[in-house]
Design a protein around this ligand. Structure first.
Ligand SMILES: *Cc1c(COP(=O)(O)O)cnc(C)c1O
Length: 435
């Protein structure tokens, strides 16, 4: 997850160091912190008596996000379907809430597929590279509920064989590669190969091939998605009429960044990383940066314009969405307590970052809120977990009057790509409280 600095020439270094990433506007940070303190006091009420640390899932936030996402895109398109990307938060209650909100589920392994089936999901898309025969078999067995997004020519052949052996017809689409120049080419087939894929798929009598999918992640704006839609439109226009007619859906994936933007520690910025490479400090602990992101209505407006112009001019079909992060990011939080105040500028918490599975807070900034002594002042202090590694960092500041043993801290908005990545490493995993 590190930002790339390795291709810089020495001559570039000074010029990068003299640049500055955009600062996180303090008004936005303050209003977020205020909002989270309000949530925090509500949560403390609700979990009275529970021991720390724990995760909280706030189902009302999930429902609100699901409704907002759907509303934005149904305004822009007439025929839509929404699938929550389970990998972004694989707690079954998160998926259950999304199902209740009228979403289907987007799964990328047999494990996730089994969970979706157990939850009673009736509309599941299964995508991902290297699906095993056992996974394909599970999908075929549940062909009334699953659409497979085929990843390669080899997988097409395997799926045909398994579907034939089971005497089933499997609904399927194909994933399209969006990054031929990068390792993103591990996903799907190229646009150039699409005509050949149609030729092969026609011979697969146990596969009803009726859709296309692409997915790009980390979109702060819709630009990259719109560019790909334009290329896709050109490819579709060149396909024979019969192939075009068979397309029932185009799934444009997920990757929508939450509208707060990406919040970074000094070490998460390009200049900060480079400073460390050349032996300097990345920056001050109270420096926060933000890469701004477009709001979901802006995504909907731009994507609908691109799709109208480049796709609907050629074919009319359903548009499918697979948001993960945008839906669950703000809906889960971590609560923990101060286990040991070792110095005025260093405390150890009872939770470790095995709870989130990666060294997120070395580069990403999220405020650490002292719920026991709230204040809108941010104070420098190393907030470290209890794992035996110095990378076990929650942050370098906290919001509060003071900090002492036993204080309850909240790290808000840890719903996406944290719980799913939790690790059995040194400390037990915190229990989950669903509100
Ligand atoms: C990860 C993934 C998503 C969700 O991406 P987010 O960035 O969480 O919105 C959607 N579709 C596919 C195929 C994915 O792999």
């Amino acid at each position: 997850m590190q930002k790339n600095t390795e291709n810089l020439l020495p001559a570039d270094i000074e010029s990068v160091l003299s640049q500055n990433s955009p600062l996180l506007p303090s008004r936005e940070l303050l209003s977020y912190v205020k909002h989270c303190f309000n949530l925090g006091s509500k949560y403390l009420e609700a979990i009275k008596g529970e021991s720390m640390p724990l995760y909280i899932i706030d189902s009302s936030i999930l429902r609100e996000r699901a409704d907002k996402f759907k509303k934005s895109f149904t305004k822009a398109f007439t025929d839509t379907a929404f699938y929550f990307a389970v990998k972004s938060n694989n707690h079954p209650d998160v998926a259950r809430t999304l199902l209740q909100s009228g979403f289907g589920l987007d799964v990328s392994s047999g494990l996730e597929l089994q969970m979706a089936l157990d939850l009673g999901a009736r509309d599941i898309v299964f995508s991902g590279p290297g699906k095993t025969k056992a996974e394909l078999q599970m999908a075929v067995t549940n062909s009334d509920r699953v659409t497979i997004l085929i990843d390669s020519f080899g997988e097409l052949a395997k799926l045909q064989e398994i579907a034939a052996a089971n005497n089933r017809v499997m609904r399927a689409g194909v994933r399209l590669t969006t990054g031929q120049e990068t390792l993103w080419r591990k996903f799907g087939i190229t646009l150039n190969d699409l005509p050949l894929f149609y030729e092969k798929a026609i011979d697969c009598v146990n596969i009803r091939f009726c859709g296309l999918q692409f997915h790009m992640s980390w979109n702060l704006t819709p630009d990259a998605q719109c560019n790909f839609i334009e290329m896709l439109g050109r490819t579709l226009a060149s396909l024979p009429e019969s192939h075009r007619k068979s397309i029932e859906f185009i799934d444009i994936g997920g990757g929508y960044w939450p509208s707060q933007g990406e919040w970074l520690q000094p070490a998460g910025t390009r200049e900060g990383q480079l400073r460390m490479v050349v032996g300097r400090k990345a920056g001050r602990p109270t420096d926060h940066y933000r890469l701004p992101a477009a709001g979901v209505d802006e995504f909907a407006a731009q994507l609908s314009q691109a799709i109208n112009r480049h796709i609907f001019a050629v074919i009319k079909c359903r548009i499918c969405f697979e948001p993960g992060r945008w839906i669950c990011h703000d809906a889960m939080h971590l609560l923990m307590s101060v286990a040991d105040k070792k110095a005025d500028d260093m405390i150890i918490t009872d939770a470790g970052t095995n709870a989130i599975g990666w060294e997120r807070f070395e580069t990403d900034y999220f405020p650490v809120l002292n719920l026991t002594s709230p204040s809108l002042d941010e104070r420098a202090c190393n907030i470290l977990g209890s794992l035996c590694t110095p990378h076990d960092v929650w942050g370098y500041t906290y919001w509060g009057e003071s900090i002492k043993d036993g204080d309850i801290l909240m790290i808000p908005s840890q719903g996406a790509y944290t719980f799913s990545l939790r690790q059995n490493f040194i400390k037990p995993l915190p229990p989950v409280v669903v509100l």
